[in-house]
Design a protein around this ligand. Structure first.
Ligand code: NAP
Length: 255
């Protein structure tokens, strides 16, 4: 018997790619789909529900979520409370919300994953950037996404900044006397790390970390050209969470 999977947001850009991936994997069994605006009650023989409460009596192992930032916490909480291991790509969690969900999952002994980025290349970028930051403490992040993206900065950029802040060398960074002539010109500030968000049609998900040192520069860049780039990570996540007893933040914790 395969791992029984629910997909919330199955008609969206990520949700539809995930639906195809799950249907194509004989180790996974798609048992339910969530979409509030659906006109159908079945998709390829799989029941489609309009509200999350309809899943309460469904037998399932994993709740995959690619919906909207404002639903991310509520949906993940619902999944844990109903015994589904969440695999969540939806962005928009606060640190407090993640802490709360990790504690709840540990108490219920249910695995789970919240991943700001499922692309393996993006995970490697974070690792490489954390290493580079030990030698190049002066750096800035530029994240570039399609123009439909609702939140900024991206979850990946925030996570990258967080990982870098934890690993950055203690080299003294001189306070700057710069002045923004237009508010926001220097981007968002996460513990002294500037993050710039670009939104343009045609893009999918891209990120650069630019490091500058005396007389040299280093740029690390990752590009997701297609949503297929996330599917290997989602697949790994689904298969890993059913063996875990606590939710983790970041796919790197399950690789
Ligand atoms: P999208 O195309 O807008 O898809 C979101 C889907 O959720 C839509 O089909 C939407 O339906 C549906 N939805 C709205 N309310 C819902 C509800 N109450 N219950 C269930 N479904 C609901 O967005 P996307 O590009 O797929 O991205 C979805 C999320 O994943 C975003 O937060 C995005 O930042 C994130 N993301 C994460 C990764 C990663 O690697 N972690 C990669 C890409 C994207 P309607 O359109 O009918 O409202």
């Amino acid at each position: 018997m395969g791992i029984k999977v629910i997909i919330a947001g199955y008609r969206g850009k990520m949700g539809s790619t995930t639906t195809s991936m799950v249907l194509a994997d004989p180790e996974l069994e798609l048992v339910g789909l969530l979409d509030p605006h659906t006109q159908v009650d079945q998709y390829q023989g799989i029941p489609v529900f309009k509200q999350k409460e309809d899943f309460k009596n469904l037998q399932a192992d994993v709740w995959v979520d690619f919906t909207k930032p404002e639903l991310a916490f509520e949906h993940t909480l619902f999944a844990l409370e109903n015994g589904f291991a969440p695999v969540v790509g939806t962005t928009g969690f606060s640190n407090q919300e993640i802490d709360h969900l990790v504690a709840l999952s540990a108490q219920k002994e249910i695995g789970g994953l919240i991943a700001p980025n499922f692309a393996i290349g993006a995970i490697l970028l974070m690792e490489f950037a954390a290493k580079a930051a030990q030698y190049f403490p002066n750096l800035e992040i530029i994240e570039l996404h399609h123009d439909q993206k609702k939140d900024a900065p991206s979850g990946t950029a925030l996570k990258t900044a967080q990982v870098i802040a934890e690993n950055r060398s203690n080299l003294e960074i001189k306070p700057s006397e710069e002045e923004e002539l237009i508010a926001g010109a220097r981007g968002a500030d996460y513990q002294g790390i500037h993050i710039h968000s670009v939104r343009l049609p045609g893009l999918i998900a891209h990120q650069e970390v630019l490091f500058g040192g005396p007389g040299e520069g280093l740029t690390i860049r990752h590009d997701s050209y297609d949503r297929q780039s996330f599917m290997q990570g989602v697949n790994i996540g689904i298969k890993a969470v059913v063996k875990e007893k606590q939710l983790v933040y970041g796919l790197e914790n399950l690789l």
